[in-house]
Design a protein around this ligand. Structure first.
Ligand code: AMP
Ligand code: MN
Ligand code: MN
Ligand code: MN
Length: 272
């Protein structure tokens, strides 16, 4: 069984439409797929809940912050029609729009005019994020690649990295729980926290009602997986795994292509 519980579509910053993503997942022999777009569940609107060869698990990836670090929390197996979840999605969407305006203003101060309009024209859904600004910077010839756009304009501490007050971690966990879902801390290694800090984050996440963490996120080294599995066991968290697929290409892992979960953890899907 190949179970991939983290992926993106054109409704956030992915390259494939939901149907294209499903088709690719089937090609890659994925059995269970969660589409987890950033702060939106729009991808699920036009999709069948099941398919002969692929089971879909409704999911979302919420943005929040912990201390000064941007953190992502997956809501897995949520009810897409939940009022709580829709309140959350609306709140985050308003926050995103406000932030995008501020990113536009910051870029204008750097001499790049109309970036907000440019980014808005690129996005297909309610999500407007830094990747759309980055694409706009490529389109107008300011930079040559996504990587360069993030390095010079959109990455940590740069003009386009507007600190945003997303909903707080406990609020996000609550929305997911109210929607019958399982809150899972996404890609814990991406935050570059010390082990002590990561443990503190996990304690607060658990206290808020968090239940799982990604032990495997795309391609990672065996020792990293072993470390995360050990943390997962210690903190009695459920373990999740996913590619975080955004599109075909080198930067992102392929759908369904990652190591299997170690034996010493409880897979999150046992609670679906
Ligand atoms: P946002 O949700 O607006 O904060 O944008 C964050 C998204 O930008 C992440 O989910 C990634 O998909 C993407 N991203 C972050 N850093 C980079 C990078 N260096 N190069 C390309 N994409 C990136
Ligand atoms: Mn993304
Ligand atoms: Mn993420
Ligand atoms: Mn993601």
């Amino acid at each position: 069984m190949i179970i991939d519980l983290h992926s993106h579509t054109t409704f956030s910053d992915g390259a494939l439409t939901p149907l294209e993503l499903m088709t690719r997942a089937i090609e890659k022999k994925v059995d269970v797929l969660a589409i987890t777009d950033h702060d939106t569940m729009d991808a699920y609107r036009d999709l069948p809940a099941s398919h002969d060869r692929l089971k879909l698990v409704p999911g979302i990836e919420f943005s929040t912050q912990w201390l000064n670090t941007g953190i992502h929390v997956l809501g897995l197996n949520v009810d897409p029609g939940s009022d709580a979840l829709n309140t959350g999605v609306q709140f985050q969407s308003d926050a995103r729009l406000e932030r995008a305006r501020r990113i536009g203003e910051n870029l204008a101060k750097k001499g790049i005019k109309d970036a907000f309009t440019g980014a808005s024209q690129i996005t297909k859904g309610s999500y407007i994020g830094r990747p759309h600004f980055a694409q706009h910077l490529i389109n107008i010839g300011k930079v040559k690649s996504m990587q360069a756009a993030f390095k010079h304009y959109m990455g940590d501490g740069k003009a386009g990295d507007v600190k945003q007050h997303w909903a707080e971690l406990p609020q996000i966990v609550q929305w997911i729980r109210d929607a019958g879902g399982i809150p899972v801390l996404a890609h814990p290694l991406k935050y570059k926290l010390t082990r002590t800090k990561l443990k503190r984050l996990l304690d607060q996440f658990l206290q808020a009602g968090g239940q799982g963490m990604e032990v495997i996120s795309g391609q990672q080294l065996p020792y990293q997986t072993a470390n995360l599995a050990q943390l997962c066991e210690q903190k009695k968290l459920l373990a999740s795994c996913g590619s975080d697929f955004h599109g075909p290409g080198k930067r992102w892992a392929e759908l369904g292509v990652f190591a299997t979960l170690p034996k010493n953890v409880t897979p999150v899907w046992e609670r679906f």
